[in-house]
Design a protein around this ligand. Structure first.
Ligand code: PLP
Length: 409
């Protein structure tokens, strides 16, 4: 019997559709209330008021002061600003990127928006275990080693530790509170950044990320527009701007703000926060049904990083919206093509690279053998996901996998 819903968008970790309320909130700021919020006239003051209200609301949602909210062009910019901004010397914003930089330490499973700036600055990575959770002992060891190097005049000292809130490929939630304790003990002068781009839908960050000095968000992951993000910058951090200009965002991020996008992001954020507990429950059930349904009919399939005890999966440390499977005897790219033919839209790993499939550094860090990683499939759910979509995916994915395996045998 054909499924009632004929397609399934299972790529919410890549991006979500905008919430209609957010689209509606955005329109007046594109058509009527379009003035530059930095201007002095009445229309500008109106835009400024909307921006201030958005900032106040974010401050409340994130448990910080309004002046600690820095609006950016998305998660990538927030992450880059956090890493480069905290690593560089505050009194010398125009210095060469690598000159005068303190050391940055991040987890080995960060999104490229954190990992690449960290590595560009000569930083270090910290191991994760096979479930994809940060190894706190390794973190402490790296911080101790760098402290000794610094004391011996051989290293710049750790200025920033960056550990994401939830991983975008596997959904593994990181122990940010425990990370903060390790950092305070082993590198008391370092700031802590968390990329919470995949975290806002699953946790109240005013509590769950309270220990972080810097927090990145991106609006298009929770029903807001693409190209809008924010970085919480607590007063404990002296951030060097990445660009110089008109002094907006207290000089942290000069440039005319996208008031329409920021207003829409705020509406999406408000709706996400208000529905969070119910949505976490709903998505957990949907995700469990999807994964268990697939594992029940597919041989040679494992749920990446999820331990099973007596046949029961322990998904307690996973974001409810992200499921990740590795399928033996299947090539991700071919599977995604067949799924697309069946109106199932998913991805292999993160979708932020060029579209070319590269080996996932996240799976590599978790010790997933490359032959398994080659058959990886990420199915991610969000606010717009429905039961009917899960039905459709459950009907469409197994035949596609079987078809591919017949070819490769
Ligand atoms: N960080 C994480 C964990 C992400 O999942 C993403 C996007 O996939 C980003 C950062 C980048 O965000 P944006 O697409 O807003 O630049």
């Amino acid at each position: 019997m054909p499924a009632a819903h004929q397609s399934a968008y299972l790529d919410h970790a890549a991006t979500t559709p905008m919430r209609p309320e957010a689209v509606e909130a955005m329109l007046p700021f594109l058509t009527v209330r379009y003035a530059n919020p930095s201007g002095a006239h009445r229309m500008a003051r109106d835009a400024r008021r909307a921006l201030d209200e958005a900032r106040d609301e974010w401050a409340e949602m994130l448990g910080c002061a309004p002046g600690e909210v820095v609006f950016t062009s998305g998660g990538t910019e927030s992450d880059n600003l956090a890493v480069f901004g905290a690593a560089r010397r505050p009194d010398d914003p125009a210095a060469e990127l690598t000159a005068h930089a303190g050391l940055v330490v991040c987890s080995a499973i960060e999104h490229h928006a954190v990992l690449d700036p960290t590595l560009a600055l000569g930083g270090r990575t910290v191991a994760v275990d096979r479930t994809g959770r940060l190894d706190l002992d390794d973190l402490a060891a790296v911080l101790d080693q760098e402290a000794r190097r610094h004391d011996a005049g051989e290293g710049p000292g750790v200025r920033l530790v960056s550990v994401m809130f939830a991983n975008n490929e596997t959904g593994a939630v990181q122990p940010v509170g425990e990370v903060a304790e390790v950092v305070r003990r082993h590198a008391p002068h370092a700031a802590l950044h968390t990329d919470a781009v995949q975290g806002f839908c699953l946790a109240d960050l005013s509590v769950a990320a309270a220990a972080a000095d810097l927090v990145s968000l991106s609006a298009h992951k929770f029903g807001g527009p693409k190209g809008v993000g924010l970085l919480v910058v607590r007063p404990s951090v002296r951030l060097t701007p990445r660009q110089l200009g008109g002094g907006q965002e207290r000089g942290h991020r000069p440039g005319t703000q996208d008031v329409a996008g920021i207003v829409a992001a705020t509406v999406a954020g408000r709706l996400t926060a208000a529905s969070r507990p119910a949505e976490v429950e709903r998505l957990t059930k949907l995700r469990d049904r999807l994964v268990e349904g697939l594992l029940a009919v597919l041989d040679d399939a494992v749920e990446t990083g999820v331990e099973r005890v007596d046949g029961l999966a322990d998904r307690s440390g996973r974001a409810p919206g992200i499921a990740h499977l590795c399928l033996g005897g299947v090539e991700s790219e071919a599977l995604l093509y067949l799924l697309e033919q069946a109106e199932v839209f998913a991805s292999a790993a993160s979708s932020c690279s060029s579209g070319a499939m590269e080996a996932s550094h996240v799976l590599g860090a978790m010790g997933v053998p490359s032959e398994w990683a080659a058959g990886s499939l990420r199915l991610s759910l969000g606010w717009a996901s429905t039961d009917a979509e899960v039905d459709h995916a459950l009907a469409a994915i197994p035949p596609a996998v079987h078809q591919l395996r017949r070819f490769t045998l």
